[in-house]
Design a protein around this ligand. Structure first.
Ligand code: C2E
Ligand code: MG
Ligand code: MG
Length: 346
């Protein structure tokens, strides 16, 4: 058995069995109680055959009893700790959604030549009451495996549309709101409806919303994904390929899918201008976007040299610490106001 998801399911099943056995049994008007302790061994890590697996599961069960019973225990401590961490994380993610512990930060996307903010990317953060700020890299994969990403993603979409509407209502310069969408979200049967509902809830025209989808999300169920993306595009929602160059980088995706924009992955930008291979790959991607008449943005721009290289090679749109880290909505608002004041005739 591989992966956390399967092991988490084993843990959930064990917990359900324990819970089911918990209420008293009525036998001839006598209330009898049994409590269950469950030991779990996993093939092939914990043994190559049934006899060894049973023996090790038995050892694990005595461990569960030793820890007070009414519990399950995996055979190895390492696996036990991993699965328990994971079960706790899943539970905490559910609670985080209920207790509104998520916030969105926004990172500017700028026109390199003028420095104007043309869009922002919404990036989620989890303010854990004990652990402080947790980055998405630490919880998005778990949220995807357990499916909680769908609830989190709904919240993100709604919040991002609400925020864009607020900025528009304040009369600030128009911008595109980019929202990251994971493969799991994209495969929900009602995903298009959810997106359209979020837009109409806040009276936001579809062209203000851009969905960022990583290449790796396109590998499975390609036919279905093509249909969903086409529907979204027809509704006017903008689509961009995130982290381009790190997955299969299939040019067929660019040809067959209705993407408006390519995001060059930051791993290539990091190496320019010193590393010839990164510079060459960046130039090639710039060329592909131009030939296919797609928009292009470089992400992870951190230095003056990277900025100069990209401008010189006609990559207009950029995003990265050089222009600003992900920041709270109020700071973006300030920046937008400053840009209006700097060019009053706009
Ligand atoms: P991504 O969509 O590729 O986002 C870009 C990541 O690069 C962000 O990390 C951003 O903070 C970071 N970054 C931006 N500029 C620079 C730079 O100049 N240098 C460096 N070193 N890093 C830079 P973050 O916020 O930790 O997000 C990581 C990933 O988590 C995102 O990668 C995205 O795949 C995922 N993610 C974030 N928010 C959401 C969300 O709301 N929903 C989903 N499904 N995924 C999300
Ligand atoms: Mg992104
Ligand atoms: Mg990216």
């Amino acid at each position: 058995m591989r992966g956390y998801a399967n092991l988490t399911r084993v843990a959930e099943t064990a917990q359900r069995l324990i819970d089911e056995l918990d209420p008293p049994f009525l036998v001839n008007e006598h209330e009898l109680r049994v409590t269950a302790s469950i030991g779990i061994s996993v093939y092939p890590q914990d043994g190559p055959d049934i006899v060894t697996l049973l023996k090790n599961a038995d050892t694990a069960m005595y461990q569960a009893k030793a820890e007070g019973g009414r519990a399950f225990h995996f055979f190895t401590e390492e696996m036990n700790a991993r699965v328990l961490n994971r079960v706790t994380l899943d539970k905490n993610l559910h609670l985080a959604l209920e207790h509104q512990e998520f916030v969105l930060l926004y990172q500017p996307q700028v026109d390199g030549a003028s420095g104007q903010i043309t869009g922002v990317e919404a990036l989620i953060r989890w303010h854990h009451p004990q652990q402080g700020e947790i980055s998405p890299a630490q919880f998005i994969p778990a949220a995807e495996e357990s499916g909680i990403i769908n609830g989190i993603g709904d919240w993100v979409l709604n919040q991002a549309c609400l925020q864009t509407r607020r900025w528009l209502d304040l009369g600030l310069p128009e911008l595109t709101m980019a929202v990251n969408i994971s493969a799991v979200q994209l495969r929900q049967p009602n995903f298009v409806d959810k997106v359209m509902a979020a837009l109409s809830r806040h009276g936001l025209p579809a062209e203000y919303l851009e969905l960022e989808i990583t290449e790796s999300a396109l590998i499975r169920d390609t036919q279905r994904i093509v249909r969903i993306l086409n529907e979204l595009r027809q509704q006017g929602v903008r689509l961009s390929v995130d982290d381009f160059g790190t997955g299969y980088s299939s040019l067929a995706y660019l040809k067959n899918l209705p993407f408006d924009k390519i995001k060059i992955d930051q791993s290539f930008i990091r190496g320019i201008p010193e590393r010839e291979d990164d510079a060459a790959i960046t130039e090639v991607i710039i060329g592909i976007a131009k030939s296919l008449k797609m928009e292009l943005i470089a992400e992870g721009v951190e230095t003056e040299e990277q900025y100069a290289f990209l401008l010189q090679h006609h990559c207009q749109q950029m995003q990265g610490f050089f222009f600003g880290k992900p920041m709270p909505a109020a700071v973006i608002e300030q920046r937008l106001r400053q840009s209006v004041e700097a060019s009053p005739d706009q």
